[in-house]
Design a protein around this ligand. Structure first.
Ligand SMILES: [Fe+2]
Length: 452
């Protein structure tokens, strides 16, 4: 793995030391291979350390690049331009990004209005329940509420916002009902989620649906909703029935509900988990599945992703080490959506990884994640999702406007800077479809969202 020397003020949590840090007096402060966290960075600052050597990449697990290349081939796309690539002039006419499909024109507004009203109803009910649970359960409710976070209104103004809003509100409603009442109105949930699925599942741009970048709610609820949205999109793409997609979406939303039953102190830590904390946290799949199963009205299918989302195809996961043949389809979908969502989100102990690195991890670990599902996932989401700033092989930077399901490595981009790093004025920012520009290719994501 490549190493680089950086100034200490550039050090970030999650980076791994490539060599030991030793003071002038010969005192070893940290050993090679140690992952930096806030405490360790402060320790180095305290000792006046100015430079450290770190590994350039910090995958949680090494990626088998050979396996990755094979998968890329199976995706039917090429990462690099072919030798026979055409080299059209740089003044090639700018193309417009393909517009995302809009909801059917007929009664779209009425439908959106109905969903908005439903969301308002659930929001009101949640406010009432909040009061009720607070009075009845006191601190226990405050703690659960804090752990999950409140659903934040989806701020991006797309016609789909009310649907995502409703899904987040339902997610919080479901978790509260399961935990505090041990009952659930399954029929209403199925009807509403089916409605949401029929509207959102064929939507071309998963990124527009995601709440993570916009939500101000705390981590757990937005993680559960995002995994629900990813899983819904993948299941729809796999041409499952609407009822199956609905059940997988509900199961995906509930997959981490068991975490609410683990004391927060065990898992919201900046440090590596202690063995005791780890064994407590690893109980969450069984606790969550048990809670869902024991609640009248729930479906068996809803509890499987909760139970199996930390299992791995090679039997290396937990709680049971179940191998591939014994894992449900829903669980195999949720497993990789869960890992991708977790990798691409900030955590208390590390910063988010970029989507290309995270996707590479999923695609490059076929012994753990279902290869076919991973490919569908990559095609749905793209390797370079829209809104991210990318570096081109020419040294220019661009922002991804839309990804291309036929070739995930060749999105539609808009140039932001030239090779020298000088900003391109807005009126000169070319929009380029990289499927038509084989002289250009993306090397990597270089920044988080560049456009709102
Ligand atoms: Fe989990």
């Amino acid at each position: 793995m490549a190493r680089k020397t950086i100034r200490l003020e550039k050090a970030e949590q999650g980076l791994k030391l490539a060599s030991a840090v030793v003071t002038v007096a010969g005192q070893r402060l940290l050993s090679a291979g140690v992952m930096l966290d806030e405490e360790k960075i402060q320790l180095l600052k305290k000792h006046g350390v100015r430079y450290i050597q770190v590994f350039e990449q910090t995958y949680d697990e090494p990626v088998d690049t050979q396996v990755f290349s094979e998968i890329i081939k199976n995706l039917g796309v090429t990462e690099a331009p072919s030798a026979a690539a055409l080299e059209p002039p740089r003044s090639a006419k700018a193309v417009l990004p393909p517009a995302p499909p809009a909801p059917a024109a007929e009664d779209a507004q009425a439908k959106t209005e109905r969903v908005r009203k439903k969301a308002d109803e659930v929001r009101e009910r949640l406010t009432e329940d909040k009061r009720k649970y607070s009075d009845k359960y006191g601190e226990r409710y405050t703690s659960v509420s804090y752990t999950l976070g409140d659903p934040a209104p989806f701020s991006k103004s797309t016609p789909y916002a009310p649907y995502v809003d409703l899904l987040s509100l339902l997610a919080r409603d479901m978790t509260d009902k399961l935990i505090f009442e041990r009952k659930i109105d399954a029929e209403t949930i199925q009807v509403l989620v089916k409605d949401i699925v029929s509207e959102l599942s064929s939507h071309g741009s998963v990124m527009q649906l995601l709440t993570a970048a916009y939500s101000v709610s705390r981590y757990l609820l937005s993680h559960m909703v995002n995994v629900g949205l990813y899983s819904m999109r993948v299941a729809s793409e796999m041409k499952l029935t609407q009822a199956e997609v609905t059940d997988i979406t509900v199961g995906a939303i509930l997959h981490d509900i068991g975490m609410v039953l683990i004391p927060v102190g065990f898992w919201t830590t900046r440090r590596e988990l202690t063995p005791r904390a780890r064994s407590e946290v690893q109980k969450h799949p069984e606790l969550g599945a048990q809670l869902i199963r024991e609640t009248p009205g729930t479906q068996e299918a809803w509890s499987l992703p909760a139970l199996e989302h930390h299992e791995r195809l090679d039997g290396s996961g937990y709680p049971s080490g179940k191998p591939a043949g014994k894992l449900s389809l829903a669980s195999r979908i949720v497993q990789l959506c869960d890992v991708y969502e977790a990798l691409t989100s900030d955590r208390s102990y590390r910063y988010a990884k970029f989507p290309d690195i995270s996707m590479k991890h999923i695609l490059g670990s076929p012994e753990q994640f279902d290869r076919d599902i991973a490919q569908v996932f990559c095609k749905c989401l793209g390797f370079y999702p829209e809104g991210y700033q990318v570096k081109l092989a020419t040294g220019e930077t661009a922002v991804v406007l839309s990804s291309n399901p036929k070739n995930v490595f060749r999105p539609v981009v808009k140039l932001l800077t030239d090779a020298a790093g000088t900003d391109v004025p807005p009126e000169a920012q070319l929009v380029l479809d990289l499927t038509n520009r084989l002289d250009l290719r993306v090397i990597e994501i270089s920044n988080r969202r560049a456009i709102a």
